[in-house]
Design a protein around this ligand. Structure first.
Ligand code: C2E
Ligand code: MG
Ligand code: MG
Length: 278
């Protein structure tokens, strides 16, 4: 097991076996064995994390985040199964499930006369290699007849490492169909600035890492403030993620950041609780 965990490029590595390696493998197998059935049984639940406009303190959007409520293992956070779904390719099935469920919720709320706001859904890197992804997403949403501007598609920077032309075409088509497209976790990867140059996205989501640790000598604030300026010059709206402190909210407000998504305002909520914030 230790030997298998060594990357093939790592010629001089030494790995020592420990129990965690074994436990991880058992968990991985368990997830792989159960994921298809779990999807069928609708064990995945859509949680919604509100995004607030700091100028008005009003709800301005939300992000859909998956939770697995398993009859045998209880409440499971996505960090424990998304990486396994990504490895096996199953994640594209989960993406479809989330898009459909979000469209369904939005349709129900619209019908009930609620003031709904756009909800973003994470679409995995593997999915962006599909040449007809935009048509596919449109057909999922259209089953519930939700106006497209109420659904936003989040993509991560890592999607840029694959076929750039396919990605560009998909993004343009999604926008032509009226969906908004955002870049998730901006600033956490390698080639953030390059990808901004190449792709005309609607929304930039500033990674939570900008709001961790010390703001030593104000350097953190300088970087955030300039990232906001850059987004504005590129006609993008900006969402700050992972904001927990009042001082951060005050600062972001002073910089005219469009939206804030973080524990300061709210954790991800089950649909019934989110509904009360509309
Ligand atoms: P993400 O898309 O960047 O989502 C934001 C994550 O930050 C969420 O974690 C959210 O709960 C967490 N977060 C938000 N505000 C705060 C804060 O103030 N403090 C802290 N410490 N954390 C905060 P979560 O729900 O555990 O999701 C982790 C990642 O898993 C997501 O990162 C996303 O990449 C992936 N994921 C979640 N749901 C889905 C899904 O339905 N489909 C796909 N493909 N990926 C998903
Ligand atoms: Mg996201
Ligand atoms: Mg993010």
């Amino acid at each position: 097991m230790a030997l298998n965990s060594i990357e093939s490029t790592d010629e001089n590595a030494i790995k020592v076996f420990n129990q965690t390696m074994h436990d991880d493998m058992v968990w991985e197998h368990k997830v792989e064995e159960n994921m298809a059935r779990a999807l069928e049984n609708e064990e995945f639940s859509v949680y919604l994390q509100p995004k607030y406009n700091p100028m008005t303190n009003r709800l301005a959007g939300a992000e859909a985040l998956v939770r697995w409520i398993s009859p045998t293992d209880g409440f499971i956070n996505p960090g424990r199964f998304i990486p396994i779904f990504e490895k096996t390719g199953f994640v594209t099935k989960l993406d479809d499930y989330m898009i459909s469920h979000v469209a369904k919720l939005q349709a129900q709320w619209l019908k009930a006369g609620k003031r709904i706001v756009p909800v973003s859904v994470n679409v995995s890197r593997a999915h962006f290699a599909m040449p007809n992804l935009a048509e596919h997403i449109q057909s999922l949403v259209d089953q519930y007849k939700v106006p497209h501007h109420y659904i936003e598609i989040e993509l991560t920077e890592s999607a840029f490492f694959d076929d750039k032309n396919t990605l560009l075409q998909t993004v343009k088509k999604l926008q032509d169909y009226g969906f908004e497209v955002s870049m998730d976790d901006f600033g956490s990867g390698y080639s953030s600035l390059n990808s901004l140059k190449d792709l005309p996205l609607d929304v930039l989501k500033l990674d939570a890492e900008f709001f961790r640790g010390e703001n030593s000598e104000g350097r953190g604030e300088i970087v955030v403030s300039e990232a906001i300026n850059l987004a504005k010059k590129l006609n993008m709206r900006i969402v700050a993620e992972g904001v927990e402190k009042k001082e951060q909210v005050e600062f972001l407000k002073s910089q005219s950041c469009d939206m804030i998504q973080g524990f300061y305002y709210s954790k991800p909520l089950p649909a019934e609780e989110y509904e009360k914030r509309m």
